[in-house]
Design a protein around this ligand. Structure first.
Ligand code: ADE
Length: 224
């Protein structure tokens, strides 16, 4: 069964390029993932099909109205669905989060826009709030695209080479070791001799050491 992902946004066209290229495109064509963009405006009512309104209590900016979001989620939700909200207030998105989401059957991703969303959306609809980092984007659809990308590439068969996702940065809590490809000398720069030695045990040892050193140096917050 493909992983189904419904992304609810007022900017569905922003996702066209991201979903229509590369691994995300191939994963959909191969039947591994089924990704749909849901236009929140289709669930809005009134002449102007508004999805936002001024905050109670005053203050700047606009707040996402509850009705269209509740209606959209009611329309899409099944017993096995997991409802995510993209927001800078959410839990930090990590490789482990992506791996857990890749095991789900159906993700409904609500993209926040404006100053925020009506709190009742959070409390009554959402299973998990996710932030992609400590900065504020203009809208959650970019964050949803990032989460979708990180999740879909982990689906079995999504990456060409078997095991390609096993050895990369973060998969084992470390940053990846340095990689080289041909030519052996480029602009006077060579490659580490060990990599052409054919000694796989020594190469594995070198890579582990490089990976540990790089992690300690660049990301001491990750346990190397
Ligand atoms: N929407 C706006 N900023 C965001 C962030 N950092 N993560 C997730 N969604 C967001």
């Amino acid at each position: 069964m493909p992983l189904e992902i419904d992304i609810i946004t007022i900017f569905p066209r922003m996702l066209d390029g991201v979903l229509g290229e590369s691994i995300l495109k191939r994963a959909q064509e191969a039947g591994l993932a089924k990704i749909r963009c849901v236009n929140l405006r289709d669930f809005a009512t009134g002449v102007h099909l508004t999805t936002d309104d001024r905050p109670y209590g005053g203050g700047p900016g606009m707040v996402m109205k509850p009705e269209p979001v509740f209606k959209a989620v009611d329309h899409l939700r099944r017993p096995e669905s997991k409802v995510l909200l993209m927001t800078p207030q959410g839990e930090p998105f990590k490789q482990a989060t992506a791996a857990a989401l890749a095991r789900e059957k159906h993700l409904i991703i609500i993209c926040g826009h404006y100053e925020g969303v009506d709190e009742r959306i959070r409390t009554a609809l959402v299973d998990q709030e996710i932030s992609i980092g400590d900065y504020v984007l203009t809208n959650g659809v970019i964050a949803a695209a990032i989460v979708t990308d990180a999740v879909v590439r982990l689906l079995p068969g999504a990456l060409g080479g078997e095991g390609a996702a096993d050895d990369e940065s973060f998969s084992d809590g470390r940053l990846e070791y340095p990689q080289y490809t041909r030519p052996p000398v480029y602009r006077g720069m060579g490659i580490p001799e060990i990599l052409t030695s054919g000694n796989h045990a020594e190469i594995a040892k070198w890579r582990l050491e490089q990976s540990q050193a790089r992690t300690r140096q660049r990301r001491p917050d990750l346990q190397a």
